[in-house]
Design a binder for this molecule. Structure first.
Ligand code: FPP
Length: 247
């Protein structure tokens, strides 16, 4: 059993990103269908958002639906969209109460209009909150996001608002959909898969990666604490030597 005391509050990651994986396998192990797994996954989302808020983590970004997920069976996609609508309906008041600011990144043009409407309403309702910023990556893929940023920068150059030589990593960051967020210090992926799967490719350049065998519906507050404790035991060198960091 992990206790919060083992966490050094002065060395918390500001931003944690999570690839929530394993809902389908979790359901199969219970002899249930995949949608049951996603419903259980939504409960885990609730627990992790609450735990992150309590710990005073500033930013939490969750990979809720990838661009590639549109290729899943129609029934499953529809169930995920319905689940999203009910999660927004049920949780917005709690987000407001807990001072959570909701954001979303991704290609929202292809989201069903009802999802888009609910999502943007919840974003608007929570826009003045100053606690945890919860970002849902929805219909998101990092390659899509990078191409969008390149297009924006190219049009600024074309319109003479930017010189080619002025394009820097900072300018690139400002043109990503995550421009309001610092880069994640910690990426967590559940379910024993060791991949980044087109998630925040640019932003994860120097992140610590934490992989766990736990399937997402089993990922709870203690598992989050374990990941943070593991992160705090690492030395982040950013390309420098160990001596340069410690002296
Ligand atoms: C991966 O499990 C999970 C998803 C594709 C969707 C994540 C969605 C949720 C956690 C529920 C709803 C979200 C919110 C924000 C309320 P998988 O289906 O790929 O599992 P598998 O690899 O075992 O098949």
């Amino acid at each position: 059993m992990v206790i919060t005391d083992q966490i050094d509050k002065s060395k918390l990651p500001q931003h944690i990103a999570i690839i929530m994986d394993g809902n389908g396998r979790w359901a199969k192990l219970q002899g249930k269908n995949r949608v049951f797994g996603h419903k259980q996954g939504a409960k885990a989302v609730k627990e992790i958002v609450r735990a992150a808020g309590e710990l005073e983590i500033k930013f939490l970004t969750l990979y809720a639906f990838s661009t590639e997920n549109w290729n899943r069976p129609k029934f499953e996609v529809e169930a995920l969209m319905t689940l999203l609508i009910s999660a927004i309906n049920e949780e917005t008041q709690d987000l407001i109460k807990n001072n959570v600011k909701l954001l979303a990144i991704g290609d929202h043009e292809i989201l069903p209009s009802k999802v888009k409407k609910k999502l943007y309403q919840a974003i608007d309702d929570t826009k003045n909150n100053t606690g945890l910023t919860l970002t849902l990556a929805l219909s998101y893929s990092s390659k899509w996001e990078i191409i969008e940023a390149v297009k924006k920068i190219a049009s600024q150059v074309k319109n003479n608002n930017l010189e080619i030589d002025e394009i820097t990593a900072e300018i690139f960051d400002k043109n990503l959909s995550t421009s309001e967020l610092p880069h994640p210090e910690l990426l967590i992926r559940t379910s024993g898969e060791y991949r980044i799967s087109n998630f925040l490719l640019w932003q994860l350049a120097y992140s610590e990666l934490y992989f766990t065998e736990k399937l997402w519906p089993d990922f709870n507050k203690d598992e989050l604490f374990k990941a943070i404790i593991n992160y705090q035991q690492r030395e982040r060198r950013f390309g420098k030597t160990s001596e340069q960091i410690t002296h």
